[in-house]
Design a protein. Structure first.
Length: 227
């Protein structure tokens, strides 16, 4: 059975999600990290403060995904986009204002009990935020990772191996599902084809057919002509 392309947010849905969650710094940063880095949900909730911040509160340039939280223990580095740096700086102040622990071993994302937030809780929050944003359909949280790998990387670069490295897949065969053509791509190609068909054709500017040069005419004898 052929595998379908993974469910992926549209650009408008991504903007709507980030806009409506902006007042809630914790939830906004969780979704922003998923969209900007492609981290899995288990990796996000497993992050410690020291994985993202220096002891002084300055955000790091890259996140080291530890074996304890990485899928199948595959460690790796994830680069932080520059757009996330101001959000991380505000989140540091947010944690200090809430008297949350900011030691390197403390959990980065906490619930009301000041303990590490659970994956189940994030699923519930993501569903609720989609309702508030007015999504026509609901996506699983993994759809944020698909958006990062598909829209932000593969569709902009058309480089399968770059998308594989970004998504940290063990095999490019796993990344192949991101290369499948979407309906929007087909619609765009059809539009381009229609534009070419409706282009005005000027017969006067059309190139004239070229015939191969003809050699000199040799008169035929009576025997050759069959007379």
């Amino acid at each position: 059975m052929a595998h379908l392309s993974p469910q992926t947010l549209t650009r408008d849905e991504q903007r709507a999600l980030l806009l409506i969650t902006a007042p809630e710094l914790r939830d906004h940063l969780i979704f922003s990290l998923a969209l900007g880095t492609g981290l899995r949900l288990g990796e996000l909730v497993g992050l410690d403060v020291g994985d993202v911040f220096f002891p002084t509160g300055v955000p790091r340039e890259r996140i080291r995904v530890r074996a304890a939280i990485a899928k199948r223990g595959r460690v790796g580095d994830v680069f932080l986009p520059e757009a996330l740096v101001p959000k991380l700086a505000r989140f540091w102040s947010y944690k200090r204002e809430r008297n949350e622990c900011t030691t390197p071993q403390a959990p980065l994302f906490c619930g009301l009990s000041r303990r590490r937030i659970s994956t189940r809780r994030v699923h519930v929050l993501f569903h609720a935020w989609q309702e508030r944003a007015g999504f026509g359909r609901h996506y699983p949280f993994h759809g944020l990772r698909h958006y990062a790998a598909v829209t932000n990387v593969y569709r902009s670069s058309r480089d399968l191996f770059l998308a594989q490295r970004f998504a940290r897949h063990a095999s490019p065969l796993t990344t192949v599902i991101y290369t499948r053509v979407t309906k929007s791509c087909v619609r765009g190609c059809a539009t381009c084809s229609a534009d070419r068909l409706t282009t005005r054709w000027d017969a006067s500017s059309a190139p004239k057919p070229r015939h191969p040069p003809r050699g000199p005419t040799v008169p035929r004898t009576r025997a050759e002509s069959g007379c």
